[in-house]
Ligand binder design. Structure first.
Ligand SMILES: O=C(O)CCC(=O)C(=O)O
Length: 281
């Protein structure tokens, strides 16, 4: 293995899914255009500048983090709905399944949802974050079905020197007895606007910043809809901010049902609440 494979943004979805299933990670070059990136910096940069460094070793004592991203910007649609990111997440996690209701076999597909969002700015002097699996949040066993597909959009260039995310390709195939070694991880090197997509079972972590400028990445995690969201989107994103997004994103923010019957409101699709709010405007 020589590091994370990379593709162009118009790559075939089948190819990207095959890479993710084999290697657990892929870099999509030029995932967003310069205008989108500039708008994200306008909306999120000031919050980042105003933020203190995190207070603990895991989040990074030379790292600034800002969350509640869908409340802070209405510019995330091209990021979260990018066909290679959302497309791969849907293909990998939304596997058709069935249940029995008496003698009736009911076919269904689970939903997916936005789970956690952060901008992570690693400053010079920050050391390596411990390698970890993000689906450990849900205590998922490995190897096993993927319950998370995550994106790290480079808001600045990522290099081996400035803390580009360390990734161990293929580590989603490992069992839970094998610990990750720092010498097995490869730094993510990508230009601003490119994105790293990886599966929740892949060992990764923020890199050490030995450069003289910060490294900034925006991460969004998509999880299976029947798991608890990492970041509570109902508390993090006010209703008005949800309404600034199109239906697909609103549903990803949790205003959706996960079959067979999770997340209802008044026994209905919770999306109806947003339709009522819109009608009352
Ligand atoms: O900032 C990065 O490159 C990765 C951060 C990360 O994996 C985390 O904070 O859990």
């Amino acid at each position: 293995m020589t590091g994370t494979p990379r593709v162009r943004p118009d790559a075939d979805l089948d190819e990207v899914v095959a890479i993710l299933e084999r290697d657990g990670a892929v870099i999509v070059e030029d995932l967003v255009d310069d205008e989108t990136l500039a708008r994200l910096w306008d909306d999120l940069g000031p919050a980042l500048d105003a933020r203190d460094f995190s207070g603990d070793w895991y989040n990074g004592t030379r790292t600034r983090r800002v969350s509640s991203l869908f409340a802070r910007t209405a510019q995330l649609t091209p990021v979260v709905t990018h066909p290679l990111y959302l497309g791969a997440a849907r293909r990998i996690m939304q596997k058709p399944t069935h249940i029995w209701m008496g003698k009736v076999r009911v076919e269904m597909v689970p939903s997916i949802q936005i789970s956690g969002t952060q901008v992570i700015q690693i400053h010079p002097g920050q050391g390596k974050q411990p390698l970890h699996r993000d689906d450990a949040l849900h205590l998922r066993p490995h190897p096993g079905p993927t319950s998370r597909v995550q994106l790290m959009l480079a808001m600045s260039e990522f290099t081996a020197e400035n803390g580009g995310t360390m990734v161990i390709p293929g580590s989603h195939h490992w069992d839970d007895e094998r610990a990750p070694g720092a010498d097995e991880a490869f730094p993510t090197e990508m230009s601003a606007g490119s994105g790293l997509i990886w599966l929740g079972g892949v060992y990764h972590g923020g890199g050490r910043n030995l450069a003289d400028t910060p490294r900034t990445g925006l991460t969004i995690a998509l999880d299976l809809g029947n798991l608890r969201q990492e970041e509570n989107q109902y508390l993090a994103v006010p209703r008005e901010a949800v309404l600034a997004y199109p239906e697909e994103v609103r549903r990803l923010l949790g205003y959706d049902r996960c079959p067979p019957g999770l997340g209802w409101y008044e026994m209905e699709d919770p999306y109806s609440l947003l339709e009522q709010a819109e009608a009352a405007r």
